[in-house]
Design a protein around this ligand. Structure first.
Ligand code: NAP
Ligand code: MG
Length: 402
């Protein structure tokens, strides 16, 4: 069988620990036998980030900008414990944060659905994709404790030196105060990323804030989304047969719970933090969540939503077999191949992405799965296998589909 050809390289960002082991297995067992892989390889494993002074992360993000599609393995974000473990020169920043800042991107997370792993909410039939705004609000706040008898004010020093002041509260008793901000430019990028993604997926876009209470702050989010939609997207949405729907955040939560799924839910930073864990939990597990970073100018970076599965890696180092779930990482590859195929007009490559996903889902639905999935699945006679056997079982089905 002739291998499928590619015309433009994928930007391949390798990572750490157990997911790095899975990465190589996925390539060897599920990709290289079928695809003449063209990739520009960047090793974002912590040892190499440390050697290059983290330059490799910057280089990989620039390559993603150049080629438009990247696939990334989970990476360690160093903490104090990692300094001696890896002999680090510095506590390097999270690669995801570096890449996200360079691409000015929005992260979209969606669950992978399989029969026999049933959402806790029985009406949810189709995936719900969460789009989380990744700038500002409480994540870049300034806060103070306030003694009794103090007065708190908001003060803006204008460019001409004049001040705008507004009372926050006269504190009779002691308390706390917090200052938040956001930027029109960041909100606009977020709106465009969400609207482009909705068009890409051909799914409705929902957005919600608390604009009835927050008449300037949250209202600005609502207005920017509405303006961009009216000016740039209304006709495109109509042509694609999809809707943009705005409501209040509490109303949105009620509607989401009663929905059948199948839409994109754009969330402010904090709402996205909380709601993405809620959605992931209802659908089953973090190991079945895909994640894609989309920039406003159309760069796509695919990855799994989970981390490097450190605990399994230490077992692996002791020579034990682990039953680590490779599904979200496989879907990162399939997502990247599908997008590359779409951009380059390569239907065979897009077809491969579909078959790889189908073979993966079929394997689980036929009862062969990793331990975390077996704990969730209701199907009878399930067989818990190690990662390598799981990938081999997927490979058999993929070969049959090819
Ligand atoms: P994690 O790697 O997501 O794993 C947490 C736990 O969730 C695991 O111990 C495991 O539970 C379960 N789990 C997650 N993915 C799984 C999979 N594919 N198959 C089976 N079980 C899975 O999170 P962490 O342990 O908090 O973080 C480890 C490292 O990952 C950290 O250094 C962190 O910085 C990094 N991280 C990277 C990213 C990224 O690159 N996008 C994201 C998050 C975290 P059991 O142990 O109970 O089996
Ligand atoms: Mg969180």
């Amino acid at each position: 069988m002739a291998k499928i050809q590619m015309s433009t390289p994928l930007v391949e960002m390798d990572g750490d620990e157990m997911t790095r082991i899975l990465w190589q297995m996925i390539k060897d067992m599920l990709i290289l036998p079928y695809v003449e892989l063209k990739s520009e390889y960047y090793d974002l494993g912590l040892p190499h980030r440390n050697e290059t002074g983290d330059q490799v992360t910057v280089d990989s993000a620039n390559a993603a900008k150049k080629y438009g599609v990247a696939v990334k393995c989970a990476t360690i974000t160093p903490n104090a414990a990692r300094m001696p473990e890896y002999g680090l020169k510095e506590m390097w920043k999270s690669p995801n944060a570096t890449i996200r800042a360079m691409l000015d991107g929005t992260v979209f997370r969606a669950p992978i659905l399989v029969k026999g792993v049933n959402p806790y909410i029985p009406t949810w039939k189709r995936p719900i994709t969460i789009a989380r705004h990744a700038y500002g609000d409480v994540y870049k706040n300034s806060e103070l404790t306030v003694p009794a008898g103090a007065k708190a004010e908001l003060v803006i020093t204008n460019p001409d030196g004049s001040e705008t002041r507004q009372l926050i509260h006269d504190f009779a008793g002691s308390g706390i105060v917090q200052g938040l901000h956001n930027l029109d430019g960041s909100i606009a990028s977020f709106a465009r990323a969400c609207m482009n993604f909705a068009l890409d997926q051909k799914e409705d876009l929902w957005f919600a804030t608390k604009d009835t209470i927050s008449k300037k702050y949250d209202h600005r989010f609502k207005d920017i989304f509405a303006e961009i939609f009216e000016d740039e997207y209304k006709e495109k949405f109509a042509a694609a047969g999809i809707e943009y729907f705005y409501t209040l955040i509490d109303d949105a939560v009620a509607r989401v719970v009663r929905s059948e799924g199948g839409f994109i839910w754009a969330c402010k930073n904090y709402d996205g933090d909380v709601m993405s864990d809620m959605v992931a939990t209802v659908f089953g597990s973090l190991s079945m969540m895909t994640s894609v970073l989309v920039s406003p100018d159309g760069v796509f970076e695919y990855e799994a939503a989970h981390g490097t599965v450190q605990r399994h890696y230490y077992k692996h180092l002791k020579g034990e077999k682990t039953s680590t779930n490779p599904v979200a990482t496989i879907f990162a590859w399939s997502g990247a191949f599908r997008k590359r195929g779409e951009l380059d007009g390569l239907p065979e490559l897009m077809g491969f992405a579909d078959k790889l996903e189908r073979a993966t889902v079929q394997t689980i639905e036929e009862g062969v799965m990793s331990g975390d999935l077996a704990a969730l699945s209701t199907i009878p006679n399930k067989q818990v296998v190690a990662s390598e056997e799981f990938l081999a079982a997927i490979g058999q089905r993929l070969t049959a589909l090819m």
